[in-house]
Ligand binder design. Sequence first.
Ligand code: C5P
Length: 206
Amino acid sequence: MSFTIAIDGPAAAGKGTISKAVAAHFNFAHLDTGLLYRAVGRQVLLGTPALEAARALSADDLDGDKLRTPEIAQAASKVAALPEVRAALTDFQRAFARRAGGAVLDGRDIGTVICPDAEAKLFVTASAEIRAQRRFKELFEKGHDTTLETVLADVRERDARDMNRADAPLKPAEDAVLIDTSALDIDTAVARAIEAINLRRAAFAM
Ligand code: C5P
C-alpha cells in the first residue's frame, strides 16, 4: 500500500529536518526533491545545458553534502524556473511517491503539482529573518565565510524567484496543514507534523 506525505515550504523553514524525522517515525522512504534541482544547478555551473543535465540525472548525483552550497542553491532556483527541466524530473518524483510502504517528499510543489492526490500535505514556513538566521548558523558551522545580511538577501531572492515563477510556484496546496516554525523548537515542530499526519492516516484507515 502506498501513502504519500507531501511537505512543501520555502528554504530553511525546517522542511528537511521535519521530513527526515517524519520518514523515520513512520518508517517511510524520504526524497529531498531540492537535491534534484541542486544537482542540475551544479551541472549547469560546470557548463552542461540545464535540460541535458536534468535528463541525464542519476541517483549518484544526489550527494547532499556536495550540493548544499549557496552558489548551487541559487543555480538550482534558476534551473527550477524552466518548465522543461521540471517536466524532466516529474516522473521520477511521482514513481518515488507511489512506492510501496509509504514515501515522504519535500520540496516546493509536491502537494500542488507533483502529488496533488497525496494523502497528507504539510506546508512548513517561518519568517525570512528566522530562516536566514538558521541558514547562517548552518553555513558558519560548516566554515563558509558569509554574513547574516548576505544570507538574508539570498533567502529573499530565492523566495521571490520560487514564488513568482509561472510554472509550479511555491505556494501551499489548498488542503495543506500549515506549520509556522518561527517560534517552535525542532521537537515541537516534528510533533505537530506527526499529529497532522496521524489524523490523515486515521481518515484513510476508515
Ligand atoms: O529545498 P532546496 O533549498 O534544496 O531547493 C533548492 C531550489 O530548488 C529551490 O530554491 C527551488 O527553486 C528548487 N526546488 C523546486 N521544487 C522542488 C524542490 C526544490 O523548485 N520541489
